[in-house]
Design a protein around this ligand. Structure first.
Ligand code: SF4
Length: 461
């Protein structure tokens, strides 16, 4: 049987796709990269935004119209949230697999093919299977899920419902992760993406923390040629481990000097309505602490515009915070009412036209700020890793030690995974532009480039 996998959403969802691929490869299935070649089509979906939901449902209709005889498995967060709509698209002939069931995909396929059951929505996740490192699919990148769940109860968040587990947080055992990452590195992985719903609360359910994991992991790897990226951290959980975490990131160059801390609004009133568990001042202090200790750290945030009740004054406070904290990047999202959330039925919904205007303005301000930061790099020389091909086909993307993307033109994929030094000669709000001056460590090998991911919203989680 040949299987095609398409992934939507965040890096955690990508990791879940890799878990499914791992299990299917172990069972002897073949993974193909063109839907027309597949017997089984898996769509691993995302529920975070309304516009993306519309596109994913459209994709399902198109696929089913074109290939009605294939076996369809609709997995992930949207599968949990929109069971009946999805079943209707496929006239009942699809298998629904919630996020808690991905670790069991091989058995699920067996059961479903015998036509015994079609809907798999468990209320808990075993946390026993991690993805294998598969260079043919991921080149030198290995994505590792650390945990699911979070300590928050935000009024806008559908993920809380989609990925609900028993207990607020569930983490993979520390030794399982370390063994998995070490094996991947031995086999050639050079970038390790540690991901989760909120990586800062890793281990809270097991009596240890992300800091314990990093310390143990870094001391067990006797190599300098790796880059570890810590995924999105909610400010509340981050604040509990901030000092020790910042210290590790500061002193060990194998960890990207990169922090993704979603603030969502610069107004305390809106943060309260969102039920975020921090104030703007507390968030401000976290960012200042990072900048004090690691001035060149990349700090990325998420902002929602047009949350119910957001006035022009609240919105201006968000713009002020972006200017003041000079984020390297701001993911701007227009508020999108999601099912099973409190914010969907809140009063004072903001009209779409206002959300649109505000998001445009916020993107402009965020771009001004990030350009200002990026211009400071011009004339500098930095170490980094050739991470991927540039999506516009201009060359490659080198990630510096603080994860800043630098476009190097006219270089092909033969250098991917090489560790290099680049000279920066220009900048845009989105990236730096430079030239490779020296290859410090040669690429691992030439990987067959395979795309398994149609749409991956890196900023989503
Ligand atoms: S962004 Fe949220 S809703 Fe989307 S796939 Fe990730 S966890 Fe699920």
């Amino acid at each position: 049987m040949r299987v095609y996998v398409e992934t939507y959403g965040c890096w955690l969802n990508k990791a879940d796709s890799m878990i499914m691929i791992t299990l299917l490869l172990r069972r002897g299935y073949n993974i193909v990269t063109r839907v027309e070649d597949a017997d089984i089509v898996i769509l691993n979906t995302c529920a975070v935004r309304g516009d993306s939901e519309i596109r994913q449902l459209k994709r399902m209709r198109e696929l089913y119209r074109k290939y009605p005889d294939k076996i369809y498995i609709i997995a992930g967060c949207l599968a949990k949230v929109r069971v009946s709509e999805i079943r209707k698209i496929f006239e009942g002939k699809c298998i629904i697999v919630g996020p808690n069931d991905v670790e069991n995909i091989d058995n699920i396929i067996d059961v479903a093919l015998r036509e015994e059951r079609k809907i798999f929505l468990s209320d808990d996740r075993p946390m026993k299977v991690l993805p294998d490192y598969i260079p043919e699919l991921m080149m030198h990148v290995h994505v590792v899920p650390l945990q699911v769940g979070c300590l928050c109860s935000c009024t806008f968040c559908v993920t809380k419902y989609a990925r609900d587990v028993k207990g607020k947080v569930k983490s993979y055992p520390i030794d399982l992760i370390i063994e998995n990452v070490k094996k991947a590195i031995e086999r050639g992985a050079r970038e390790i993406y540690l991901t989760g719903q909120d990586v800062a609360c890793y281990g809270f359910d097991r009596g240890y923390t992300l800091v314990d994991l990093l310390e143990k992991l870094l001391s067990s790897i006797d190599r300098d040629d790796i880059f570890i990226r810590i995924g999105m951290s909610e400010p509340e959980a981050f604040s509990k481990i901030a000092d020790q975490l910042i210290d590790i990131v500061k002193r060990d160059r194998r960890v990207y000097k990169y922090f993704h801390l979603p603030v969502q609004s610069g107004s305390d009133k809106i943060l309260r309505l969102m039920r975020r568990k921090y104030t703007v001042d507390e968030y401000r202090e976290l960012v200042r602490k990072i900048r004090r200790e690691i001035p060149n750290a990349t700090i990325v945030t998420d902002m929602i515009v047009g949350f119910p009740g957001e006035t022009e004054e609240d919105f201006e406070l968000s713009l002020k915070l972006i200017r003041e904290l000079e984020f390297d990047k701001v993911h701007v999202a227009r508020f999108s009412p999601r099912p099973f959330t409190e914010a969907e039925v809140m009063e004072n919904q903001v009209p779409d036209s206002v959300k649109k205007m505000r998001s445009r303005r916020m993107v402009e301000i965020a771009n001004e700020v990030s350009l200002k930061r990026n211009l400071m790099y011009i004339g500098g020389r930095f170490r980094g890793i050739v991470s991927s091909l540039d999506q516009k086909g201009q060359g490659v993307v080198v990630r510096l030690e603080n994860y800043k993307p630098t476009i190097v033109k006219n270089v092909d994929d033969s250098l991917i995974s090489a560790i290099v030094e680049v000279n920066i000669r220009d900048a845009t709000p989105i990236n730096l532009i430079g030239d490779i001056d020296k290859v410090i460590i040669e690429p691992v090998k030439i990987f067959r480039r395979v795309q398994i991911c149609e749409e991956l919203v890196e900023d989503a989680s």
